[in-house]
Design a protein around this ligand. Sequence first.
Ligand code: PMV
Length: 315
Amino acid sequence: MNSGSSTQETRGDGRAFGKVILFGEHAVVYGVPAIAAGISTGAQATAILREEDRIRVNGVQLEPSHELYRALGVLREHLDVPPVDLELIVDLPLGAGLGSSAAMAVSSARALGDLCGRQLSQRDVFFAAQAWEKVFHGNPSGIDVAAACSMGLIVFTKGETPEPTPLAQPLHLAIAQAGPPASTRLMVEGVARIRERNPVQFEKSLAAIASLSENGRLLLRQGDLQAVGKLMDLNQMLLAGWMLSTEEIETACACARDAGALGAKLTGAGGGGSVLALCETDQARKRVLARWESEKIACFSADVEVDWSKEHGHS
Ligand code: PMV
């Protein structure tokens, strides 16, 4: 909590991270443990008490009809906080499968807690932010919020507490924007229809993704990134089987592999949005980014650190 000396306003601040999913998006909805990570780019929220809610995102004042006001209302109600002036700075591409919405939700929950001088637990923040997310995404698994809470590698199983998982070495990731994002809700519904049409085949794919996720976790712990990359490629094939890939996603993955990435796959809901490439070194990553840029594909880099728990005050 900060008291601005010139204005005497009490202010609350909160930060949260963007997310990538290394293994198990969509399968996580059916109970498969997924591997996700918070990345350093994310969102910063500042809240000041005010007579009625006001929201600015990256300096732009939102109209009162904007859906974010409904999400903020739900969040305030959940945390029992009066109206606020909420300033959000988001350094992630919005709605691109990188958890920008969850990062806004988590940073806002933390800012409201800070404003009221309350020490919110990770669990409090998780459930408050999930209430915000439900305004947009129906019934999300919670993986985005879990990753937004914690900058580092986690195993996330729906309905369970996210579990930090060890990493032998930092991950050098390259992220591309492979076409306009699709609605998460629609993509999740599409997968549900595929499941209805062919439940036996669906269960086989689900079991295969569960195995990739479990093996991926072990290999990340051992530091065998070559093998992790191969499993990411396999996960991409299975996601494509659920009609989640697009020509742009396949092109971005192919370019990344061709430029030396260890593996590449879509991350998030698919149908557009983001592609994640794992690179062995920072040099190798620069080559992948240069290749994407030469193909006019918007991209950036993100790191996942080994020992994030101490740095970010987790216990
Ligand atoms: O909203 P996105 O693109 O970050 O995707 C979330 C991950 C899904 O598994 C597709 C949905 C969910 O609720 O877990």
